[in-house]
Each structure stands twice: as structure tokens, then as C-alpha cells.
Design a protein around this ligand. Structure first.
Ligand code: PRP
Length: 211
């Protein structure tokens, strides 16, 4: 049997995930010394870590080439849930918010509003829930630019410290959802490698309590 394979979101969540694995007693020396390698053995060799972009973590887990994944709830909300979400890992805490120019009432007036976001599905679902028609424009990054340039009335984006909004004359109008890193599991792996996965989850739960 191949090692239990965990896809891990590169960047922001990577450091916290490795810290949690180490607290759970899983040796991550190879991850620290990875260089440009993308698949790294961890622990006693019964497990390996795959480093990928957030949305790709979901693709690899959904397709069963990775048994587990660590990914933000933001990516889960945008890309779907054909897997089990088994644990809130407690780090990577931030929120999805509707934001817009400071002092301007986003909801004022009758004109259809334009909202820019890297997360069009989340944005559409948020406004559908309010039974409000909006035009959603997909932007790839630095979404704050869209209202500043006059392309959109507001944005739906991740807010962590609020500094980016503040420094660009924008403010939160409404929280859309609270976010954090989640552990996800492929549905077939959950059955086929039940014992190994349950054991790992128990170790991570224990390590999380001591954080
Ligand atoms: C995210 C998000 C905001 C910023 C919020 O962007 O899209 O721009 O972080 O953080 P703050 O509230 O602490 O200021 P990211 O750095 O991921 O870059 P991107 O916009 O290019 O995706």
C-alpha cells in the first residue's frame, strides 16, 4: 500500500499545518529541507505530504490521488464539497466579507449592483440568499482595485487584519462567512484507510488542544 497522502496548501497555511503535524509527533524534517521538491515523506514513511495550490488540493482529494487535504474554508465554499470535511484545524482564521468604499451605503439606490470577487460562486450564493440581483465580475487578485477604479460597487473578499481595506479607503459592510483551515478526506479513502485516517485525526485533535 502506498503511504497515506496528504495534500497541503502551499504558502499561508503550510507553516501552521507543518507545526500541527510536528506537535502531533510527525517528523517533518523533509518538508523543512524540501528545496523545490513537491512530494515529501513525513513521519515514519507511512505518510507523505504533497504541496499544491489551494484549489488543486481539492482536485487531488476529490479524485482520490490524495487521501487527505488541508485547505481553507474559502476554497471549499468556492469549489464544492465532494469529500468529507472532518476537522476545523483552528488556524488560518479570517472571514469572507462584503466591502466597499468607506461611508457609502452599498445597498442605496435601485441600480443593479456590480460586485467583484475572486470567489464568484460564494458571491452569487450570498446575494441569492438575500434574493438580490447583482452582476458578479471575476477578478484574479488585488480585488480591492475594482471599486477604486470604478468597475464595481463592492467586493467579496478575504479579510484578515483589515489593513488592505483600510489602506485603500474601503470598509467591511457585512460578514459573509467565518473561515479557517479544514482537514478534508477523500470519500473512498475514508472507507479503505479508515483506521489510519482515524488515528491521524485523533493525533491532530490532540495536538490542536495543546496549541
Ligand atoms: C488577501 C485578500 C486581501 C488581503 C486581506 O489577499 O484578498 O487582499 O489578503 O488581508 P488583510 O485584511 O490582512 O489586509 P492575498 O494576500 O491572498 O493576495 P491576492 O489578493 O493577490 O490573492
Amino acid at each position: 500500500m502506498r503511504p497515506l497522502r496528504m495534500a497541503l496548501t502551499k504558502g499561508r497555511l503550510e507553516k501552521d499545518t507543518v507545526a500541527l503535524l510536528e506537535k502531533a509527533g510527525i517528523d517533518c524534517t523533509q518538508v523543512h529541507e524540501k528545496g523545490r521538491r513537491l512530494i515529501l515523506p513525513v513521519g515514519d514513511g507511512s505518510m507523505e505530504v504533497v504541496l499544491s495550490k489551494a484549489a488543486d488540493v481539492i482536485t487531488y482529494v476529490e479524485n482520490g490521488v490524495c487521501d487527505l487535504g488541508v485547505v481553507g474554508k474559502d476554497t471549499i465554499m468556492e469549489h464544492g464539497t465532494r469529500f468529507f470535511e472532518v476537522m476545523d484545524l483552528g488556524f488560518g482564521r479570517c472571514r469572507f466579507a462584503l466591502a466597499g468604499p468607506k461611508g457609502v451605503d452599498f445597498y442605496a439606490g435601485y441600480r443593479e449592483k456590480v460586485v467583484a470577487s475572486k470567489y464568484p460562486n460564494v458571491t452569487r450564493a450570498f446575494f441569492e440568499n438575500k434574493q438580490m440581483d447583482v452582476r458578479v465580475i471575476r477578478i484574479e487578485g488585488s480585488v480591492e482595485l475594482a471599486p477604486l477604479l470604478g468597475l464595481a460597487d463592492g467586493i467579496v473578499d478575504i479579510v484578515e487584519t483589515g489593513t488592505t481595506l483600510k489602506e485603500n479607503g474601503l470598509e467591511v459592510k457585512e460578514t459573509v462567512a467565518d473561515l479557517s483551515a479544514r482537514l478534508i478526506v477523500n470519500t473512498a479513502s475514508m472507507k479503505l484507510r479508515k483506521k489510519q485516517i482515524e488515528e491521524l485525526v485523533a493525533r491532530l485533535e490532540g495536538a490542536k488542544k495543546t496549541c
